[in-house]
Design a protein around this ligand. Structure first.
Ligand code: LMR
Length: 395
């Protein structure tokens, strides 16, 4: 039966982990998969997370199932973080959180719900987008379309984006990145978000907002601007939230799907369906990651430590962005790559071509996605001179 199954290449992003490990170049640099790295190139466990885990080890009394919506305390902590303390959406009881295995799990819940409960809708994603978006929605049976996002000069193509979303069929789904756009790092301004909102209203689109990097752009509240604008202005919105990055608990698979409905009654209806979608996928989400988040956010002391660490990570990335451009100055390449200093979040669409990326890997042991996406957190004061020299060599 299996004789007809063909071997396919591995995932382009996750495959970089293995390729990097195998490389024996002592100067190798990993700018591939989106995990935070400290100055030593390690992806550490955050101090607040370690403390929360110590408390869990001491106090945990059961490993019983936590239910298809997950631990209610997790939703109660994440909803105000995403929608804002005192949010009118929360006060109206219009929002529900269903815990999921990471942001990817939340996207799959959204996709399965849309396919089975709102049939016939296509989804529109930015071009480019996180490659897994291109897998998840078609895997659920949803037709996928693209709207432009960057132009040939590697700049945000807002006019192109707006022009295309004005043509999206009424009632279709639009996938938006709340902040720290993956893979480009180009985010919309507040003014641009308002224009997008107007088109969404005109065409009655259902936004699915991918919010995987809350806290990595400008700050926890600042990064939530678009999410809150859309949730407060529209009857229906879906938000996929993740704690993988801002808690550094990538392998604990901790996220949730937030559904905002027109009123409390409709929210409860959708929520009841979402429990079934979750049950049919994986039954119950894993509990360890959400327990860490709960221990942290329900303790004023630990929450403060966590916020401080998140600020340190964000500031470090933003400093490295500017330092990268500085390092390219001696080669006359600072203007060419200036976009890196302006982009936000973990990633930069550098403008390096696939051929240049291949040369960086083969000749210098520098690993990034072939689209030219670099994980900025992989830069360090030690490797920037080497990176700059290598980039100059392939230019
Ligand atoms: C990335 O884009 O590198 C991360 O979101 C990790 C992943 O799963 O692709």
């Amino acid at each position: 039966m299996f004789e007809h199954i063909e071997r396919v290449p591995g995932d382009a992003i996750l495959g970089l982990i293995e390729a990097f490990k195998k490389d024996t170049n002592p100067q190798k640099v990993d700018l591939g998969v989106g995990v935070y790295k400290d100055a030593q190139g390690n992806t550490p466990v955050m101090r607040a997370v370690k403390e929360a885990e110590a408390l869990l080890l001491k106090n945990e009394t059961t490993k019983a199932y936590i239910g298809s919506h997950g631990d209610p305390r997790y939703g109660q902590a994440i909803l105000p973080m995403v929608l804002g303390e005192g949010s009118p959406v929360l006060e109206a009881g219009r929002a529900s959180a269903t815990q999921s295995p990471g942001g990817t799990g939340a996207l799959r819940l959204a996709a399965d719900f849309i396919k089975s409960r709102l049939p016939g809708k296509g989804i529109w994603v930015s071009d480019p987008t996180w490659p897994n978006h291109l897998g998840i929605f078609p895997a659920a049976g949803i037709e996928l379309h693209k709207y432009p996002y960057v132009d040939a000069e590697n700049r945000l193509d807002f006019d192109g984006m707006l022009a295309t979303i004005k043509t999206i069929p009424h009632g279709d789904v639009i996938l938006l990145h709340a902040c720290c756009h993956n893979p480009t790092g180009f985010d919309l301004s507040r003014e641009q978000w308002k224009q997008v909102l107007e088109v969404i209203q005109e065409r009655n689109l259902l936004p699915v907002i991918d919010f995987a990097y809350q806290g990595f752009g400008e700050g926890l509240d600042e990064d939530a601007y678009a999410v809150r604008l859309l949730a407060e202005s529209l009857d229906e919105v879906m938000i996929t939230s993740s704690c993988s990055k801002n808690f550094g608990i990538y392998n604990e698979r901790t996220g949730c799907l937030i559904v905002v409905a027109k009123d409390h009654e409709q929210m409860e209806n959708v929520r009841s369906q979402m429990a079934i979608v979750a049950r049919e996928n994986y039954s119950n989400p894993p509990a360890h990651g959400s327990s860490i988040v709960i221990e942290t956010l329900y303790s004023a002391e630990l929450a403060a430590v966590w916020r401080e660490e998140l600020t340190e990570m964000r500031d470090r990335i933003n400093t490295l962005r500017r330092d990268f451009v500085e390092a390219l100055k001696p080669y006359g390449l600072d203007q060419k790559y200036h976009c890196v200093a302006e982009q936000r979040g973990m990633f930069s669409y550098t403008g390096l071509t696939p051929d240049q990326v291949d040369r960086l890997r083969d000749e210098f042991g520098i690993y990034m996605v072939r689209s030219g996406r670099a994980n900025v957190a992989g830069f360090s004061q030690e490797n920037l001179p080497y990176l700059a020299k290598a980039i100059a060599a392939v230019n």
